[in-house]
Design a binder for this molecule. Structure first.
Ligand code: CIR
Length: 240
C-alpha cells in the first residue's frame, strides 16, 4: 500500500502502523454491530485497500464500479466474486463509463454522484439508469477541488450532512442540516454513520465536538497512514 496513489504530501505511509490501524478500524466496525469480511491483501494493487471505490452497494442491488484511475481498473474484477457472495442482483459500469464508489453518497433511496477525475458522465448516467430500474434515483454533482465526493461530505442520516469547502454552498445540499467542517479539519468530513454511531478520524477535535453536539455517539479511529494516500475512513470498507 505504500506505493498507492498520493497527492497528500504527507510522506510515505508506515506499513506496520497501517496494519495496526486497519485492525483497529475493523474492531470499530464490529463495535458498531457489523459483521466484517476481511479480504486478503493483493500486493499487485496498492490502492485496493480502499475497497469502497470498487463497487456501489444498495439495498436492492450491487453495482461493480469501473475505476477511473488506470492502476485501479483491475480492482473491479477482483471485487466481483466477493460481491457475488452477498448479492443476487449485480450490475457493472461499462466502458466508456468510469465510476469510483468514493464518488457516490447514498441518502436513503437517493444517490449523489460526484463528477470527478475518476467518475465521468457516462459512468454516472449508467448508474442512474440502474438505480431507476429499482425505483431509486440519482443526480450528479460537479467536483472542483476534491478527489471524490465523499472526500468532502459525510451523510450522518437524520437529515444531517457533514460538509466542507466547495459543498457548503451547493444548492442541493441546503435541504439538509449542514454541519460545516472547519477547513483545517477538512479530512474529517469523511466520517461514517453506522447504526447510530459516527466513526470519525482521530485528531480532529472541532469536528468531533460538532458531531457530538448533533446528538451522535462518536468513535475516533486513527487512519493517519491511509490519509497519506488520500484515503478517508469510508474508503476502507464497503458497508451494506
Ligand atoms: C486513490 O487515489 O485512488 C487512493 N490513493 C485513495 C482512494 C480513496 N478512496 C476514496 O476516497 N473513496
Amino acid at each position: 500500500m505504500v506505493s498507492g496513489i498520493s497527492t497528500a504530501g504527507l510522506g510515505l505511509p508506515d506499513y506496520q502502523r497501517a496494519l495496526l490501524q486497519h485492525a483497529t478500524y475493523i474492531e470499530a466496525l464490529q463495535a458498531c454491530g457489523l459483521q466484517v469480511t476481511v479480504l486478503p491483501a493483493d500486493e499487485d494493487f496498492p490502492d485496493s485497500t480502499f475497497v469502497e471505490d470498487a463497487a456501489v452497494l444498495t439495498p436492492a442491488c450491487a453495482i461493480i464500479a469501473r475505476p477511473g484511475a488506470a492502476s485501479r481498473k483491475p480492482e473491479a474484477e477482483l471485487i466481483a466474486p466477493v460481491i457475488d457472495q452477498f448479492y443476487t442482483r449485480i450490475h457493472a459500469i461499462e466502458a466508456p463509463g468510469t465510476l469510483e464508489g468514493g464518488d457516490i453518497m447514498m441518502v436513503g433511496q437517493y444517490f449523489y454522484i460526484g463528477l470527478s477525475e475518476r467518475t465521468n458522465r457516462a459512468g454516472a448516467d449508467q448508474l442512474i439508469g440502474i438505480l431507476n430500474r429499482y425505483g431509486m434515483q440519482g443526480s450528479v454533482v460537479e467536483l472542483a477541488d476534491v478527489l471524490h465526493l465523499k472526500t468532502g461530505l459525510g451523510y450522518l442520516e437524520n437529515n444531517k450532512l457533514l460538509a466542507t469547502g466547495e459543498f457548503l454552498a451547493e444548492p442541493e445540499f441546503q435541504q439538509y442540516k449542514l454541519l460545516p467542517v472547519d477547513p483545517h479539519e477538512a479530512y474529517a468530513a469523511n466520517s461514517v454513520w453506522i447504526n447510530g454511531t459516527v466513526l470519525t478520524p482521530m485528531g480532529f477535535p472541532k469536528t468531533r465536538t460538532q458531531i457530538e453536539l448533533a446528538g451522535y455517539k462518536v468513535l475516533e479511529v486513527d487512519v493517519s497512514e491511509f490519509q497519506k494516500l488520500d484515503g478517508g475512513l469510508s474508503c476502507l470498507s464497503l458497508r451494506f
